[in-house]
Each structure stands twice: as C-alpha cells, then as structure tokens.
Design a binder for this molecule. Sequence first.
Ligand code: NDP
Length: 300
Amino acid sequence: MSATIIDGKVFAAKVRGLVSESVAKLKAEHGIKPGLAVVLVGEDPASQVYVRSKGKMTVEVGMNSVEHKLNADTSEVDLLKLIDELNNDSSIHGILVQLPLPSHLNEDLVINSINPAKDVDGFHISNVGLLGTGQKSMVPCTPLGCLMMLRDYHGSLSGLNAVVVGRSNIVGKPMAQLLLGDSCTVTIAHSRTKDIQSVTRRADIVIAAVGRPEMVTGEWIKPGATVIDVGINRIDAPEKGEGKTRLVGDCDYVSCANVAGAITPVPGGVGPMTIACLLANTVTACCRAHRLTEPNGLTA
Ligand code: NDP
C-alpha cells in the first residue's frame, strides 16, 4: 500500500481545537457563548447516536448544547412552532433538524423554515443558492470537511480534475460547487453515467458519495490520485464472529490505496470531519450574528 492516509480523526481534532479557541475568545472578549440546538423527531437508533455525539462534542468545545427530542408522531405545526421559537432565540446560533424525518413530515418545508443564518447544516434553499452563486453561505458539513482535508493535503486545488461520484443535495452537489469554487475542473458522475470508470480514471481527485459498499476499486483510480471516501456502510463481518458487522466506505480501501497517492479511511476519514464542521459552522454563525470577525480556516 503506497497511499498517504489522510487522517480525518487528527484533522477533526485540529478543527475542534480552532473552534474551542474561537469560543473561548468570544466569551472572554464579548461575553457570548455560541449555542447549538439539535431537534430529533422519533427514535431512529442511528439518529439518536449522532445526536448524542453532536451534543457531547458541542459541550466539549465550550458551546451551549440544547436538545429537543420530539415524539415520532409530532405534527408539522408543532415542529414548525419549535423551529420558529429557536429562530427567535438569540442564545441559539445554530439549528439542526436531524434527518431523516418521519414520513408524515415534509423535510423541505421543515428545513426551509429554519432561519438561513442559523442553518448550520447548510441545507436551506437560500444557502444552496448562495453557495451556487459563490456568495457567503452556511456550507453543508460533510462537503466542507472534505474540502478542508483536500486543501490541507494539496494546498491549491486550482486546475485539478475532480470527479464527484454521487449527486445528492447533501453531499454530491454541494461538494461539486465547493470544488468549482476552488477552480477545479469538476465532473459529477451518478448512477446513469456511462463507462464511469473511464471518467474517474481521468481524475486527480475522486470523491465517492454513493452509499454502495466498496463500489469504487483501484481500477477506477488514476495512479497518484487523491481519493476521498464519504461512504459509511455497515456490512456483515462473519470473520469477526457470528452476527458481527463492520463499517466500510464506498471505496474498496486496499485496492484504492494501492493505486492512489492519498486516501481517507473509513472509519476515521470524512466521518469525524462532519461533526467538527458542524461545530465550526455554529461558531461562524455566531460571529456573523454578532457582526464579529469570523475565525480563519473554519469555512469555505
Ligand atoms: P444518496 O443515496 O442521497 O445519493 C447517492 C448518489 O449516488 C446518487 O446521486 C446516486 O445516483 C449515486 N449512485 C448510486 N449508485 C450508483 C452507482 N452504481 N454508480 C454511480 N453512482 C451511483 O446518498 P448520500 O449522498 O446521502 O450519501 C452517500 C454516502 O455517504 C452514503 O454511504 C452515506 O452514508 C454517506 N454519508 C456520509 C457522511 C459522513 O459524515 N461521512 C454524511 C452523509 C452521507 P442517482 O442520483 O443517479 O440515483
């Protein structure tokens, strides 16, 4: 295996360190404590784990963490009322509604009811438009984390060929916008792309965000390219014992690492960066709300 491992755990700790410093400065110089509100509707086990982990890390960096856990049968009216209250609460600088929502709730409506300035997930239609037009916005956390790692590894991304595999609103599309913003030549591949391997083999950077375990193999990768594996897939692991599972990415790690110049592992790559960027977005939102200078290195 020849590829450099881009260690998301180490990088995320660095980002959280920068966030902690900014939070301490906001308190010391302005008496402001950034606050993040997370809204969870229902009892999806994976969402509960994410929300717990987000709350713990929010407190660890010195911010205020507020959790609203609502029953699965909460009405849209009640959820929108809560979001309205949070929009009007000056102690709350970031609002995150954990997705997916139960099927009776309209996700687009709910997300678009968040004040865009507090939309730390960057999913509000205003933030999507601002990002698409190269204006200051709240940037979705997972692509922001990928961008930070790429900038750190490459320095300038200008002129590099980047292929994003996946065109979701939360990862693929904003990732492509961010890479375009850094002057990459960007291609978005998806399930209808013809001869996808010949497309990815031309790329200096491949971002895999498809949700298919180990789909991208070394044959897809140009020698020396950088591979960012966004995928998180739980698969059976009979080698660990009956009923055991393990996490894998959308890339076949071993074969990709044999060809790539650099690669993010799963777990320990993009995943830790996502929560770190959520905290970064909350500090950024807080600084913007108070018209204070934003910390360097925490946004796109
Ligand atoms: P979606 O299911 O919303 O999108 C998947 C995309 O992959 C679609 O655009 C789809 O194309 C494309 N796709 C599916 N199959 C193929 C194929 N055979 N060839 C090419 N493209 C294909 O997924 P998300 O974007 O939400 O998530 C992607 C992955 O990233 C998942 O594993 C998810 O768990 C992970 N993830 C990780 C995060 C982290 O913090 N690390 C955060 C968010 C997601 P089409 O549009 O044509 O159907």
